[in-house]
Design a protein around this ligand. Structure first.
Ligand code: PLP
Length: 401
């Protein structure tokens, strides 16, 4: 797997230094995924119970239990489980009032699902810049930008250029690091725009004592296979509003009116429910969340030490007054360069370490190139600087120490 390298000037260069730091943290001998799940608890017991009893699908006790446990873990008043995080974001945006012809402010530096969920509402994503400190939406840049492009007519916030309503702001907590919620909530409130947090990556991340995803009108979680807790595939909508929670549950479960036998459905709705067998997996995984968080913090600590004072890259620290879940550990090139980033990705991957870049900026994807966008100087630099490192909890348990 690892090809022996000739001792040369190459080794003392930027690639050699990067690989040496990685090798001081990561065990060699087998490929290291970017993030793989860990099943060491009651997963098999709970899943087997679903199969033994036949309750694998839309009915069963684990969905309710999973929702109850999610609310407990996040401190959210309500949690509604869904089939995946994208579905959760779609419904959260819809219930926040996003509809056809609207615009939704989203960071260009995010996973494609953030913009896709906006499109699923018939709305247009409107891209905004990110912050060097949090890697999430930059509240200051958003405020300056809205001052030039937004106006309120009849109490309704609009894009002056397109005339479309600005219907929501979607901060995303990138790689688990909480975005600047104080700034984002303040500027959004000034314009009367609701906030829907994409907290897909940040289960277990705390912003000033509050769990990410519980500060906006809605927050959204993902339990995809690569997230900190997995249900195979799954998601959840968090909200503090009981009526919104009830409505979210209703339209993610075909809007069926309870009745002993009749099939009555009272609005157009979705089959976005989380199957019981996936919820069973989730219940077992949530029991391990604290262990995962501890492992990830320990791994982050090792990466921080390995890259301390490194001449070429810096380790991405959790923002001040926050506790990040360190879902993915990130280093950033001190001099952003897509070419250098790709050279470092090449040496890491050749050595079996599946390091990855950040996402291609959403405004560069073919379906979103013509969407409105703020200037994105920071997001463009970050996209050329970010390298995400193997971050599975198992590395901290079994790796070098
Ligand atoms: C994973 C993720 C999602 C979507 O989650 P799925 O469960 O895969 O649909 C949304 N936004 C971000 C930022 C994500 O990382």
């Amino acid at each position: 797997m690892t090809t022996p390298r000739a001792a040369s000037a190459w080794d003392s260069g930027i690639e050699g230094r990067f690989l040496a730091a990685l090798e001081s943290v990561l065990p060699g001998g087998r490929p290291m995924a970017l993030h793989e799940p860990l099943f060491g608890g009651n997963e098999w017991t709970y899943v087997r119970e679903c199969i033994d009893t036949g309750w694998v699908s839309s009915v069963g006790k684990y969905v309710d239990e999973f929702e109850r446990r999610l609310a407990e873990v996040t401190g959210s008043r309500h949690a509604v489980a869904t089939v995946n995080g994208t579905a959760a974001l779609h419904i959260a945006l819809k219930l926040a009032g996003v509809g056809p012809g609207d615009e939704v402010l989203v960071p260009a530096l995010s996973f494609v699902a953030t913009a896709n969920a906006v499109s699923h509402c018939g709305a247009t994503p409107h891209f905004v810049d990110s912050s060097e400190d949090t890697l999430g939406l930059d509240a200051g840049a958003l405020r300056d930008y809205l001052a030039s492009v937004a106006e309120r007519t009849g109490g309704i916030p609009r894009n002056k250029v397109t005339g479309r309503r600005l219907a929501a702001v979607v901060p995303m907590h990138a790689f688990g690091h909480p975005a600047d919620m104080e700034g984002i909530m303040a500027v959004s409130a000034d314009y009367g725009i609701p906030v829907v947090e994409d907290a897909a990556e940040s289960l277990g991340s705390i912003w000033r004592g509050e769990h990410t995803g519980t500060l906006g009108l809605f927050g959204v979680l993902s339990f995809n296979g690569n997230k900190i807790v997995t249900t195979g595939g799954g998601g959840a909508i968090l909200t503090q509003d009981e009526a919104l929670a009830r409505h979210a549950k209703h339209i993610t479960t075909t809007a069926k009116v309870p009745h002993r036998w009749e099939f009555l459905h009272d609005e157009v709705a979705w089959n976005y429910r989380l199957p019981n067998i996936n919820a069973a997996l989730g219940c077992a995984q949530l029991e391990k969340l604290e262990d995962f968080l501890r492992s990830k913090r320990a791994l982050a600590h090792r990466y921080r030490a390995a890259f301390a004072g490194h001449p070429d890259v810096r380790f991405a620290e959790e923002p001040a007054n926050c506790r990040s879940n360190y879902w993915l550990n990130t280093v950033l090139l001190r001099k952003p360069s897509a070419m250098m980033r790709d050279r470092l990705l090449t040496v890491a991957n050749d050595a079996g370490f599946r390091a990855r870049p950040a996402w291609t900026l959403l405004n560069r994807l073919p379906m979103y190139v013509s969407c409105p966008s703020a200037p994105l100087p920071v997001a463009e630099r970050l996209a050329e600087a970010i390298i995400n490192l193997p971050s599975s909890p198992v590395i901290a348990l079994g790796g070098k120490s």
